[in-house]
Design a protein around this ligand. Sequence first.
Ligand code: URA
Length: 441
Amino acid sequence: MRMYDMIMKKRNGLALSKEEIDFMITGYTKGDIPDYQMAAFLMAVYFKGMNEEETINLTMAMAHSGDVIDLSAIEGLKADKHSTGGVGDKTSLVLGPMVAACGVPVAKMSGRGLGHTGGTIDKLESFPGFSTALTNEEFIGNVNRIGMAIIGQTADLAPADKKLYALRDVTATVDNMSLIASSIMSKKLAAGSDVIVLDVKTGSGAFMKREDDAVALAREMVKIGTGAGRETVAIISDMDQPLGFAVGNALEVKEAIDTLNGEGSRELLELCLTLGSYMVFCTKHAESVERARDMLMKTIEDKSALRKLAEFVEAQGGDANAVYDTSLLPKASIVMEIKAEEDGFIEKIETDEIGMVSLILGGGRETKESEIDLSVGVVLHKKISDAVKVGETIATMYGNDLEKLQQAKERFMSALTFSKTPVTKNRFIKWIITANGTTKY
Ligand code: URA
């Protein structure tokens, strides 16, 4: 087999066989196929696409290009959740303890991430002493003992995807549905869970800006997961404004704790109840999705999810006192209030720009080597459709550098559009996609 022939075949709009895709991914991972040939192939895929069978074969080849995690030492069905990412997305910090408190084993691999805030691991490091450097035995042992553990992503999980994604990033070939779906699903399949629940975001702060693209991506991923024998469900949720109120690492941890105390954002809780109900139902811990939702709500009312978070933080070396006293979390030295300059209603929020506010303050990484300031960020007090009066506080910014705060404030103000007349809110949960079909929520 020759890579040249596969490039030619795809360029001419023909489908590749499983053997050809396996040959290509194995050769590229080993370094036998050079970047320039793979770049040409990716561009051919961008223009000619891949059919369903090719997409599944590509996903499976990438999933098996490195370690495939074996979770069989953990009893029962395991569920994993993946978000396509957004601004203020602290869902895992709330959802993990909620489903674990319902008896679902949470054995999660998370990343640090580039961008406006850190990933789940960075956020968790707001608990002094918290570490994800667990051995495999500790990881499995913690899940069996307390129901929840999170480790950092190993370098060898789907290495073909890592290499391909870096190449797509510099060759303008990221935004192809088959390539995105196979990239995300290869990592999820390699991570070993039986049930995969996907949170696909859409809106101004999401990867998929348009709702129909988000639905198409979700359908493709559900097909791949189901085809690989994993029960897969996708929820399409709104990212036309930040999720909840806080954007920034320790600030998001505080909001997650407030939510577990029953005092957080209603939308964040709604998202966790929706995603969680499929995790609990599909792992057979409830006889229906509705019953699963009731069980999850109970973990908030009786505080069992909050206690589960404390147990999990302590088991990974963190100071669990901070779960009950959030003043122990990292704190910024300067607090700046942002006031409304006119009366009206918030009509639109450029959500990516709110992410930039956090990045400017030091809450995210511009390069892999950047240090993160866990204490900084912004908390919104008003969101889309809320009425504001001139002089009223619409957000509070937390920083450690006055110059950066000034710059962030300007960026924040230009991200908001006001209307003189009342504005209606978007639906928050938009669609639920299962192997049996797509339901408008
Ligand atoms: N996230 C991924 O992991 N892969 C993509 O291709 C896009 C987003």
